[in-house]
Design a protein around this ligand. Sequence first.
Ligand SMILES: Cc1cc2nc3c(=O)[nH]c(=O)nc-3n(C[C@H](O)[C@H](O)[C@H](O)COP(=O)(O)O)c2cc1C
Length: 192
Amino acid sequence: MKFHEIVRKSRSYRRFYEDKEIPQLTLLKLVDNARLIPSAQNLQPLKYYIVEYDQRNLAFPHLKWAGYLKDWDGPIEGERPSAYIIIVSDKKISPNVMWDHGIAAQTILLGAVSKEMGGCIIRSFNSDGLASAFNISDDYKIELVVALGFPKENVIVKEIENGEDIKYYRDSEGNHYVPKRKLADIIINKCK
Ligand SMILES: Cc1cc2nc3c(=O)[nH]c(=O)nc-3n(C[C@H](O)[C@H](O)[C@H](O)COP(=O)(O)O)c2cc1C
């Protein structure tokens, strides 16, 4: 896949073929990609908890899905992620991580898409619930969760005009539309 194709395909997927497991080695490789990302002051405060297939049900109850879809409570059993990567920061290395976790999450997602998987970055979670489910000590702050699996939904990028609604939505067939601003609308200088 060409790079732009990977980025375009790297949407937020929230419904999966839950019975398709992701091998441990694949999950480790996704984290190994994240290991190499840029890091402010090269402090590298991020660490990772890999939630494998047999632990997936421990993570799910603590996550909130698709805030704009008011009549959808998240993926039903059988369509849930088959793995998660919990991105934490080590408070002893850096008490206040600014951006590294976002770069890490996207790097994990791009790696997943390059292997025909997909996922969703999740920031709305019950931190205490996740920490106690996985015995994550107070030395770590949970920054983001990346849900992973083999996508079972069609996510369509829809270019919008300035001023149009940015909220994602689904049609009656369950296709998920994600509005994106046009290239010309995000470049603030005039290109010759
Ligand atoms: C920092 C961050 C936090 C997010 N948190 C959540 C979340 O808690 N739950 C969720 O369902 N989606 C979450 N998302 C996914 C966004 O809703 C999604 O990126 C957005 O709707 C655009 O869709 P796209 O990723 O397909 O472009 C998050 C994305 C980012 C970058």
